[in-house]
Unconditional design. Structure first.
Length: 367
């Protein structure tokens, strides 16, 4: 039985490989190229997905399969690919399962490319009482709830929509430690950032380039998107560009999905990982950032990432809401790594979003 020792922190790539070698991560297929990231493991869809009549949590006395017997409408074969429709809820089995040691929990988040398509995902384990949280010592299968909000998507066995991190102890930096880290290695391009339960990130509505592009608003009733095809979709078939106005503000319409960018450049030092809080009720009636993980080396100059912005996946909630240039829209929390990863984000991983400005997901053709 594998044991967990050493300092608190997020496990790096080499330790994720060690977990697999020790039988704590189980799969009957070899890992795909790039599946192990600097501080996380991509999860692959398995052979089956179920259309649901309602989302659910199994609760401490039930497995996911127990609940599927009650809420599944029909089963779909993923081996030949399947279209997941907007407005519907699905749950897919994952190729990976876990046999975690005591003292090592895990947490999940959508991948960046998934969030930028407005595909909502949540990881579920047997007897789970929370989404995206896997208790230490868990042994069993993993399932992914999938709900496309804007674009229908084509997925198949092996598609990677979510990622999981393994966390030892309590590695999150408090505000005092975060100030010290920012002084040592500036985390955002702000001379006096707001640090309170994380470091503040604001929205850029001044714009990029000669036309002052501030972002994109998703179109409705589009063609589907194949999540495994890079650079296959024309931007103008799926998005309306948005440009800065004189007031440098933007009204977020309920039910609409937006891609915006942070005013600050963001960086994650190689010995840390970061996560964007998905929704802060203190800053307004909207949600920002489905895909919250930022890997070690993101935005770091030595990894070729100087000037990287945080791309913001934004949805208003129940009412129209005005945001203004420079308004705080979220906070980044930082955590220690247990060790430096053997590969950093942007170095040899085919990283799609290093040194990004305002950037759509990898599925869209470059301008």
């Amino acid at each position: 039985m594998m044991t967990v020792s050493g300092s608190d922190g997020i496990l790096p790539s080499q330790d994720i490989r060690a977990l697999h070698a020790a039988g704590a991560i189980i799969t009957d297929r070899p890992f795909a190229e790039g599946q192990i990231q600097p501080a996380s493991l991509d999860l692959r869809l398995g052979q089956r997905v179920w259309r649901l009549r309602a989302s659910f949590l199994p609760g401490q006395n039930h497995t996911v399969r127990d609940r599927l017997d009650r809420v599944a409408l029909h089963e779909i074969d993923l081996t030949k690919g399947a279209v997941l429709e907007t407005g519907a809820v699905y749950i897919a089995e994952c190729l990976e399962s876990l046999a975690l040691p005591k003292g090592l929990p895990a947490s999940a988040n959508p991948k960046s490319s998934t969030g930028r398509l407005d595909v909502f995902t949540r990881l579920i384990a047997d007897r789970a009482r929370e989404f995206d949280q896997i208790e230490a010592g868990y042994k069993g299968p993993l399932y992914l709830e999938i709900s496309p909000r804007t674009f229908p998507v084509l997925v198949r066995t092996g598609s990677r929509l979510s990622q999981v991190r393994f966390r030892k102890g309590q590695p999150r930096l408090d505000d005092e430690a975060l100030r010290a880290l920012h002084k040592r290695d500036p985390l955002v391009t702000s001379s006096e950032p707001s640090i309170q339960n994380g470091i503040a990130v604001s929205v850029d509505l001044k714009g990029f380039g000669a036309q002052n592009l501030i972002g994109y608003r998703a179109k409705r009733h589009t063609a589907l998107i194949d999540v495994d095809r890079v650079g296959a979709c024309a931007v103008d078939e799926y998005w309306d560009p948005l440009y800065a106005n004189a007031a440098r503000d933007l009204i977020l319409d309920p039910g609409q999905f937006y891609i915006l960018a942070s005013k600050e450049a963001v960086q994650v030092p190689p010995d840390h990982a970061a996560e964007m809080t998905p929704f802060d009720p203190l800053v307004g009636e909207f949600r920002v950032h489905y895909a919250g993980f930022f890997d070690p080396g993101f935005g770091h100059a030595e990894s070729g990432g100087a000037g990287s912005r945080a791309v913001l996946e934004v949805r208003s909630r129940d009412v129209p809401f005005i945001i203004e240039d420079g308004q705080t829209v979220g906070r980044l929390v930082y955590e220690h790594m247990t060790a430096l990863p053997d590969v950093l984000y942007g170095k040899g991983l085919g990283s799609n979003y290093q040194a990004q400005g305002l950037k759509l997901s990898k599925h869209f053709k470059s301008a």
